[in-house]
Design a protein around this ligand. Structure first.
Ligand code: ZN
Ligand code: ZN
Length: 182
């Protein structure tokens, strides 16, 4: 089965400079990454569909790909550990160079076809949130009783840390205007 990510650019190459708009949805290929997925707190769920809207422009020796890639992500709130869902929207501006060029920053293609899958994969993974939050003001879990403080405040009090006792005393002096300096 032909991959939706593989685009024929025969006309683009023949008529350079020319423009080709590609707009499609396809299953996200998470296994595409050669080096394994980066360690993040979020991922694209299996079977997710990614939306790709790119404009390919040919220039002498290659193609420029600009546009947007959208994909759903799922992660874990870093404070309260609930599952969080979101959308990645990655802006893309990359180059594809024909053959085996000495250009580390460009994607490669051979013949008349460009495989957009590596670009889509990289664009999505770069935008995945590293430390998701379920909402900006998430109160998190109580470190003592584990209660979800978004649901209800618990009765726990922060444990007294002897290192702060002196500081509290000092603060008390300031607040009451105490001046017992020698
Ligand atoms: Zn949360
Ligand atoms: Zn608690």
């Amino acid at each position: 089965m032909a991959s939706a990510y593989v685009v024929s650019v025969a006309r683009l190459q023949r008529e350079a400079p020319a423009v080709l708009d590609v707009d499609f949805q396809a299953p996200f290929d998470a296994a595409r990454d050669g080096g394994g997925a980066p360690p993040t707190a979020s991922d694209v769920p299996d079977g997710s569909v990614v939306s790709v809207a790119l404009r390919l422009e040919s220039y002498d020796g290659g193609l420029r790909a600009r546009g947007t890639v959208r994909a759903p992500w799922r992660g874990t709130c870093r404070r309260c550990l609930v599952t969080v869902d979101g959308q990645v929207e990655a802006r893309v501006d990359e180059r594809f160079v024909h053959g085996e060029p000495d250009d580390e920053l460009a994607y490669r293609y051979q013949g008349d076809e460009v495989d957009l899958a590596p670009l889509v994969h990289d664009a999505v993974f770069l935008e995945l949130p590293l430390a998701p939050l379920c909402r900006p003001d998430c109160q998190g879990l109580c470190p003592q009783c584990g209660a979800d403080r978004n649901v209800a405040p618990c009765a726990c009090r922060a444990p007294s840390d002897p290192r702060w006792d002196t500081l509290d005393a000092l603060r008390f002096d300031v607040e009451t205007g105490g001046t017992d300096s020698a």
